[in-house]
Write a new protein. Sequence first.
Lengths: 392, 305
Amino acid sequence: MSQRIYLSRRQVVRGLLATTAFGVTAKLGTGCTPTPETQATTAGSGDNPLVIGFIYVGPKDDYGYNQAHAEGAAGIAQLPGVRVVDEANVPETTAVEESMRNMIEEDGVTVLFPTSFGYYDPHILKIAQEYPEVQFFHCGGLYQEGVHPDNVGSYFGYIDEAQYIAGVVAGHTSQTGRLGFVAAKPIPQVLRNINSFTLGARSVDPEMTTQVIFTGDWALPVREAEATNSMADQGIDVVTCHVDSPKVVMETAQKRGIFCSGYHANQAELAPQGYLTGAEWDWTQVYTNYVEMIRAGKTLQNGGIPHLVRGGLQDGFLKLSPYGNAVSADAKQSADAAKAEFMDGDMIVYRGEMKDNTGKVVIPAGKNFQQQDQELEKMNWLVTGVVGNVSS
Amino acid sequence: MDQALGWWGVPLAIAAGTLRGSAPFLFVSLGECLTEKSGKINLGLEGTLLIGAMSAYAIAYLTGSPWLGVITAGVAGMMLGVIHGWLSQQPRVNDVAVGIAMIIFGSGIAFFLGKPFIQPSAPPLPALQFGAWSNLPQVQSALQISPLFLLGVAIAPLMQWFFRSTRWGLYIRAVGDSPDAAKAMGISIFKVRMLCIVAGSFLAGIGGAYLSLYYPGSWNERISGGQGLMAVALVIFARWRPMQCLYASLLFGGAQAIGPALQSVGIDSYYYLFNASPYILTLLIMILTCSPKRTLNGAPGALGQ
């Protein structure tokens, strides 16, 4: 076979056809992977519109993290003199560096919001050094003073405040006294949500427990559905979650006829009967604040914009989904009361003495942690009342 | 939902997980079994699974009929099958390489066309209730079985019989074991392989429809979670026998429920290990049954040539 170099005309034709067919499929294959798709959403009205770029790791309508950011981007696209370009489904690889470069070079973007956690190190840090005049704002609170470039800023919200209130509603609604939490990984932000949700429920009834199931990754639809089903089998009647897209958990809860509490965005239409409320991001507010600061001539580089911006309900970073039909008047009343305390800044969720679920004292008596406290961002324990274990 | 089941929940959850979660494995592995019996490997079934899931969800949403979605998924799978069947049979084309290209192609198309369908909710496939005899809601819920799953369970013995006792089955085995002998019998190798690959892709497409229309019952880009590739490996595990594909699929489907079920009763350590249990089991079985002296039992003689 191998020593024959002679090719008949038929073989040549066939080969050409095969190559073309393969070329067509390969071209379609790459042409159709949804990476390089930037689109201008709104044109600005001023002479010199402020061009802002948004990059998401997943689709913009996933009922989750990315949808929350996309809604924020759509919110500021309404403002006069602002033009938003965005790109979805950009993986946390060098692909995001290309996206950022394209946006800066081709679209004239001067302010970038690469939203996914994993974009930061090394991708944003690298591009920020290449373009020192462009401002980068990253969602996740990873900025370190003096270590990272001056034109990088970081923002994050204390969404556990909204989870606390969702816990209050869940505590009022649950009849079995057992709540469920489908979580991706035992990292501090997730643990803090679980703890706050539980503490909210236990502020209503100190006997409440929260069963945690870790699925092991951010998007595992089958395992998320299994986890929700197992919880329903065990008599748990309210579930919430911290995964990338809560859609599957909400739909499974609806099928099993149990209550659910949303996360990231509003999932009420997925579970019309059982949806109680949900902890949602309100990025529109946050992004509008940034736009206003930039319009006023403030930048990260001249120190006008703080490098670290964090906030909770009080600062408009969060909102709650409207209460569902199953929420009683009592539940609404105590949830609204808790919300009012957060709005006044009086609420302290983590106050001593607090024990974890193995009985160890994690916050000594007399010590209170404010939401801003760095100590809370290193959380590696589950509070009393949570059934689960942080070690894998 | 008054009483908790406690420890009884674990076997129940695994049984329920088996009934709910094994159908995609079953359809893809039966499809791959048919394909490999004819002597070709189709790794692209992961892409076929995704395109089936996407097209089923899209058509069910647009027309309101989930069954129409299932048919569309099969047809969409067949189209990918035709491409693979034709490409992989060209001279000096490696079917494994084409299969990998087809994974990328199929998933790329599915992600591209599926973007507008991530958010809307399509009507799900109806379920048959077998649990009415029990007064436990958990058992009632566990015994909700999709007719698609029953169809898959019925196809397995049918396929076994087809291979063993029919003329067409003999043709396929002949083409897979010894193409030269088949040629001497006057069988067109190209046609037989093409039909096997297309029919196998049809089944894989149906498996995708099950994912998006029944369980977990929604379309997103991570819906398959590598189930298509695992099912291809299952065929080797099942020694190219359809009935064993059925058992292997049930095992893997049930294993998906082990981690969550154990955590829900408070066994909360080592869940990564429990989640990995089916793979560990597969490795063990492969190690125990392999031999350096012969090829795998039951492997078609001309597989991949």
